[in-house]
Design a protein around this ligand. Structure first.
Ligand code: A2P
Length: 318
């Protein structure tokens, strides 16, 4: 499996299994199928509310001798309600307990948005902390602590724009090593990719297939479809593969890790096989000129009228 490489030489397999929206009752089997198929990278998060079940699957795979811990790359993410310095290490310890692991390969701040302790999704003004209450530099200090304690080998962020990354880098002892953001041909994030490359920050693309299984409350009417896009379909038919495989290969081609979610065995196998698709420069050019710009995870659930945060706290102006 092709990998991307951290500055200390550690490798992260470029295709991983996404577990957002994978329900308890489904994710256990999905993780076992993925490991059996050859996945060596699993992307998790505390807020996905399925880490215990992922942990049971990992335990089974280790006990059955299918894979060793050191052969797997496991990522998880710090939820918004644990951004205060004293809350970071305990939040990670809970994740480690659920995943039944001693340490993570990568731990990320999930969003540059802060909730009060115990709040899952802030609805009212009182349930949010502002940057004045809990600056991102404080949360990052907690992440550095995690690294020093050896509880995660690498630390980084998710959903951070250039301004927020610069803010963290300025105050940091260890710079972020990863930025995981939504990325696909409708949202190539060229400016952010160039910035991250210039700072040695690796990237992971989430929602590479457009996350069509989001709850309807998180979807807009008439969203464009990546999987049904004519340009993607034409390139898929040229290579005799599926649209999903073209979309996964698009990130691989850009040297960006990619974490398609599936709980279906055939699709889990198919998605990993995208590594064999060789997109050429003409294909990449066509995808670059696809003609649709769209962000599926728009962050509006964190920036409503009760929130102290604005969309400009999240996204880059493309
Ligand atoms: P399923 O889990 O039933 O396979 P994303 O990774 O962008 O969040 O997208 C996940 C969605 O895409 C899920 O609905 C998932 O369904 C579906 N999916 C995953 N792999 C494929 C594939 N190879 N072809 C079509 N749909 C896929």
């Amino acid at each position: 499996m092709k990998s991307i490489t951290f500055s200390n030489g550690d490798q992260m397999p470029i295709i991983g299994l996404g577990t957002w929206k994978s329900k308890p009752g489904e994710v256990y089997q999905a993780v076992l199928w993925a490991i059996e198929a050859g996945y060596r990278h699993i992307d998790c998060a505390a807020i996905y509310d399925n880490e215990k079940e992922v942990g049971n699957a990992l335990d089974k795979a280790f006990k059955d001798g299918v894979v060793k811990r050191e052969e797997l790359f496991i990522t998880s993410k710090l939820w918004n309600s644990n951004h205060r310095l004293d809350d970071v290490v305990p939040a990670l310890k809970k994740t480690l307990k659920d995943l039944q692991l001693e340490c993570l390969d990568l731990y990320l701040i999930h969003w540059p948005i802060s909730f009060k302790k115990g709040v899952l999704f802030a609805q009212t003004r009182e349930e949010f902390y502002t940057y004045g209450d809990v600056p991102l530099s404080q949360t990052w200090e907690g992440m550095e602590e995690v690294k020093k304690m050896g509880l995660a080998k690498h630390i980084g962020v998710s959903n951070f724009n250039i301004t927020k990354l610069e803010e963290i880098i300025k105050s940091s002892q260890f710079a972020p090593e990863m930025n995981q953001v939504e990325m696909h041909p409708f949202l190539p994030q060229d400016k952010l990719v160039n910035f991250c490359r210039s700072k040695n920050i690796l990237m992971t693309a989430y929602s590479p297939l457009g996350s069509g299984d989001r709850a309807t409350a998180n979807k807009k009417a008439n969203e464009p479809s990546l999987l049904e896009n004519e340009v993607v379909k034409e390139i898929a038919s040229k290579h005799r593969v599926s649209s999903a495989q073209i979309l996964i290969s698009y990130s691989v081609h850009r040297n960006i890790a990619v974490i398609p979610k599936s709980v279906n065995q055939d699709r889990i196998v198919q998605n990993l096989a995208s590594i064999e698709v060789n997109l050429d420069e003409i294909d990449m050019q066509k995808l670059a000129n696809i003609g649709t710009a769209y962000r599926f995870i728009d962050g509006s659930f964190f920036t409503g009228t009760q929130s102290p945060y604005k969309l400009t706290d999240l996204w880059e102006k493309e």
